[in-house]
Design a protein around this ligand. Structure first.
Ligand SMILES: [Zn+2]
Length: 288
């Protein structure tokens, strides 16, 4: 049964709680993290995973960028938090309550794949939320928002043959996602420009003049209208990112999803690979 504010993750041994729903843009849908882990293995992005928060004892099962097989886990006592002095300064005032608490945290996470066992340095901020306890009484729980992680988490799968300039812009977008979403949208726009370079769409006229991004996307769309429409959507998000002070988290995650699909089709050429596999199988077995 879904309870607002609390999600249960079924781990290998002990269930752990993760918090949702304490901000308007936070996740409000039931989350199946077992499916999320499976989706990671299938290289499909699960947006719920990137909107989830840490607790004192658990972190969302973010996919390990090093081995692509394990997920990040927190060992007992790996997360340390403190309240900021500023947020506690007025704690004796009548109007002050737990909503005013601001936390800072650091933590070490480890990849669940024992053959990898990469360690990750995490840091960020957090707060306190009222949650119902097992008897439906009010309890309090800390929640934490990731702001920094090293090695860097990869929100989408990047094909092995992805051009370096595209990967570089994507990695910048991954880092900025946690701290500055408009800037992350700007990096997605740069990734799009570099992807068009890779696809052979000129960035300059024969006379050396700059070609606007939407003109480049239009030019690409003449030969590939379906993917061209997807790339145009990314261009619009990049525009919003450079002209507003905030970008909706869902919109940014949607852009990452579109980009992941575009890279798998235009760089990795996944559909073409599958079509060739199917054709080879047909040729091999049809005559038998
Ligand atoms: Zn790993």
């Amino acid at each position: 049964m879904y309870e607002k504010g609390v999600r249960i993750i079924r781990g290998d041994r002990n269930p752990v709680k993760l918090l949702f729903g304490h901000t308007p843009e936070a996740c409000t849908e039931p989350v199946d993290f077992e499916h999320a882990c499976f989706a990671n293995r299938m290289a499909l992005m699960d947006i719920h995973l990137w909107k989830a928060f840490l607790t004192d004892t658990a972190c969302p099962p973010w996919p390990c960028p090093c081995c692509k097989a394990g997920v990040l886990t927190l060992s007992k006592g790996a997360l340390k938090s403190k309240t900021t002095v500023a947020s506690m300064a007025d704690r004796n005032e009548d109007w002050w309550d737990s909503d005013h608490v601001v936390l800072s945290f650091t933590a070490w996470a480890t990849c669940s794949n024992k053959l990898c066992a990469e360690t990750f340095a995490l840091a960020g901020d957090g707060g306190v939320e009222m949650v119902p306890d097992e008897d439906d009484n009010t309890d309090y729980a800390n929640y934490f928002q990731l702001r920094y992680c090293h090695p860097l988490l990869e929100l989408i799968a990047i094909p092995k043959n992805c051009p370096a300039p595209v990967s570089k812009a994507l990695h910048a977008a991954f880092a900025l996602y946690w701290i500055d979403r408009p800037s992350a949208a700007g990096r997605i726009r740069v990734a799009l420009e570099r992807l068009l370079d890779h696809l052979g769409v000129p960035a300059q006229t024969p006379g050396g003049k700059y070609v606007p991004l939407d003109t480049r996307v239009d030019q690409f769309s003449k030969t590939d209208p379906a993917h061209g429409a997807q790339l145009m959507a990314l261009k619009w998000l990049g525009n919003v990112g450079s002209h507003t002070i905030d970008v909706n988290k869902d919109d940014l995650l949607a852009a990452f999803q579109v980009l992941e699909h575009a890279l798998s089709e235009l760089v990795e050429k996944k559909s073409a690979m599958i079509a060739k596999l199917a054709a080879d199988m047909t040729a091999k077995y049809k005559a038998l």
